[in-house]
Write a protein that binds this ligand. Structure first.
Ligand code: HPA
Length: 247
């Protein structure tokens, strides 16, 4: 298996240092960080830190060059990409520490470069986005979760907000009425750009806090994130390694 992985908050060092790949600059500007190659037996992971290299400044969600990042995978001939996303949990199954494999999303972001099309490089295209995540890749994740004994939430709707601020309680109420189970800031436009390039794409969300207004005990969101990020990411690593071992 040859898998692209885009690691978000807390996962920039998921696989440790790898072989840094030299890439020609593409038409969309610079990638978030150098891509790194990791080999695990017959499997290969090409890893990209979404918010930038751990040593550098953190790129906020609305400034990430999603187009350059996805384009780099295409240039390397990678045809399946897994995104790893720290999220807030809205509905009861999405409790801190759990992993969620969403099957739907709602996009609340704005002002981001969200398409490759409609310019001199790509003609206008209206991609089918009925199912925003690729079924076969989600199935691999779910099977690996089962085999690894992880208690995954097997479906759900991801609400993509603009950030970088967290939401108000009323905004989270609205997201819940809309049908969102988790909230994060980076799955869009990443998912649709992958679709435009015909790259299979799915995400593994790590619930790191209860979303705004969903914490009756009043513990701060940042304290929750600090408490659950480490264990959640260890489970993500188990999941990805399980998936690689099975393919
Ligand atoms: N809201 C939006 N994005 C997030 C959150 C949240 O509560 N937690 C982690 N990423």
């Amino acid at each position: 298996m040859r898998l692209g992985v885009i690691g978000g908050t807390g996962s920039a060092q998921l696989f440790g240092p790898g072989e840094v790949l030299a890439l020609e600059p593409g038409p969309w500007g610079p990638v978030s960080a150098p891509l790194q190659r990791h080999r695990f037996g017959h499997a290969e992971v090409l890893f990209l830190a979404r918010h930038g290299a751990p040593a550098g400044p953190t790129i906020p969600p609305h400034r990430i060059n999603y187009r350059a990042n996805l384009w780099a995978f295409r240039e390397l001939g990678v045809d399946q990409v897994l995104g790893i996303n720290a999220v807030g949990g809205i509905t009861p199954p999405a409790t801190p520490g759990r992993l969620v494999i969403p099957d739907q999303l709602i996009d609340y972001t704005w002002g981001r470069e969200h398409t490759f099309t409609g310019n001199e490089v790509f003609p206008l295209q209206h991609v089918d986005f009925t199912q925003p995540f690729t079924r076969s890749l989600r199935d691999c994740l779910l099977a690996a979760g089962k085999a690894s004994g992880l208690d995954l939430v097997p479906a759900g709707t991801y609400g993509a907000t603009q950030g970088p601020r967290l939401e108000t309680a009323a905004e989270i109420d609205r997201l819940e009425r809309d049908g969102c189970d988790v909230v994060g800031m980076t799955a869009m436009p990443e998912a649709v750009l992958a679709r435009e390039l015909n790259i299979a794409y799915a995400i593994c969300c790590v619930v790191v806090n209860r979303a705004a207004g969903r914490n009756p005990g009043g513990e701060s969101i940042h304290a929750e994130i600090a408490a659950s990020l480490g264990t959640g990411m260890a489970d993500v690593k188990r999941l990805v390694m399980g998936m690689l071992a099975a393919h």
